[in-house]
Design a protein around this ligand. Structure first.
Ligand SMILES: [Zn+2]
Ligand SMILES: [Zn+2]
Length: 266
C-alpha cells in the first residue's frame, strides 16, 4: 500500500524540466499518487495536462487561490465550471480557494480592498461547489473564523470540505469535525514550534486523516528549508504515525483509503 500526496503544486518542476524525475522519486519513495492543486488560470490547463499524461498517478483540481485574487477575479472564476464538462478528465475537487490575510499588502486600504475581493471570489466558488456537489480544498490563513462562517452560510455539505495545510489548533479542528468537515496536514507537524498543529492532528485522530506536502513549499524535517517534493510526504506520514502511536503501514493504509474515498479516485 502506497501513500498519496493529496496536495502539491507541480508547475515549478515542469518549468525546470524536472517533473518526470520528481514523480519517479515519489514512486520510489512509495508515493504513487499525487493531487496537483490549482491556484490560478496559469496552472489549471497545466494540471489537467499532467493528469492526462500520468493517468492513475496524477489527479488535478482547479480553483482560484485567495493570494491569486485580483480585480479581474470574476473572469477567472467564470472559467472553472468548464473543467467539469471536459469529457476526457474531470477535476477531483474545486480549489484551492478560501481566504488569506497573511499575504495581504501592508497598505491598509489596499489590503481591505483585496480582502473584500477574496471574500467575493470565495463566495462564488462556494456557490459553484454547491451546484457541482464536488469536493472543495480550502486554504485559510489568518482568517479561520470568517472562512468557516462563509462555508456555513453557503449551504455546501461539510463532508465535501478539507481545510488543507492545517495550521490552527485543536479547538479549530474540532469546529470543523463537528460540522462534518476535516483537516489535512503537511510537514508543519514535523516542525519544532508546531505543538498546536500536532495537538490538532491528535484531536482529529486517524479516522479521516489525509497527508500532503504542499510542495514545493513547506518541506518536512529533516529537509526543512529545501525545495519540497511529493516523495517527502513519507516524512510527514512517519511523523503522524509516531504522534498517533500507530505503525507507518497502518497510517499509510488509512490515509490512502481516506484520500481515495474523499477525492473519488481508485
Ligand atoms: Zn494553500
Ligand atoms: Zn497549496
Amino acid at each position: 500500500m502506497a501513500l498519496i500526496d493529496t496536495h502539491a503544486h507541480l508547475d515549478s518542476y515542469a518549468r525546470k524540466g524536472e517533473l518526470g524525475a520528481v514523480l519517479d522519486r515519489a514512486k520510489d519513495a512509495g508515493v504513487n499518487k499525487v493531487i496537483a492543486i490549482g491556484t490560478d488560470l496559469d496552472d489549471w490547463d497545466f494540471n489537467r495536462e499532467q493528469a492526462i499524461a500520468y493517468p492513475g498517478q496524477v489527479y488535478y483540481t482547479v480553483g482560484l487561490h485567495p493570494c491569486c485574487v485580483k480585480e479581474d477575479w470574476a473572469q477567472s472564476v467564470q472559467r472553472l465550471e468548464s473543467y467539469w464538462l471536459d469529457a476526457r478528465i474531470k477535476p477531483v475537487a474545486l480549489g484551492e480557494c478560501g481566504l488569506d490575510r497573511f499575504h495581504l499588502p501592508k497598505d491598509e486600504l489596499e489590503a481591505l480592498k483585496i480582502f473584500a475581493w477574496q471574500i467575493d471570489a470565495f463566495k462564488v466558488q462556494l456557490e459553484l461547489a454547491r451546484k457541482l456537489k464536488c469536493k472543495l480544498v480550502i486554504h485559510a490563513r489568518g482568517a479561520f473564523q470568517e472562512t468557516v462562517q462563509l462555508i456555513d452560510a453557503s449551504g455546501v455539505d461539510w463532508a465535501n470540505i478539507v481545510f488543507h495545510c492545517f495550521s490552527e489548533g485543536a479547538d479549530e479542528v474540532r469546529a470543523l469535525n463537528a460540522r462534518g468537515g476535516r483537516a489535512s496536514f503537511t510537514g508543519i507537524i514535523t516542525y519544532k514550534n508546531a505543538d498546536n498543529v500536532r495537538a490538532a492532528l491528535l484531536a482529529q485522530g486517524i479516522e479521516i486523516l489525509m497527508v500532503e506536502t504542499d510542495a514545493p513549499y513547506l518541506a518536512p524535517a529533516p529537509n526543512r528549508g529545501k525545495t519540497n517534493e511529493p516523495a517527502w510526504v513519507s516524512y510527514t506520514a512517519l511523523s503522524a504515525a509516531t504522534l498517533l502511536g500507530v505503525s507507518t503501514q497502518h497510517l499509510t493504509e488509512v490515509t490512502t483509503r481516506n484520500a481515495k474515498l474523499f477525492f473519488g479516485i481508485s
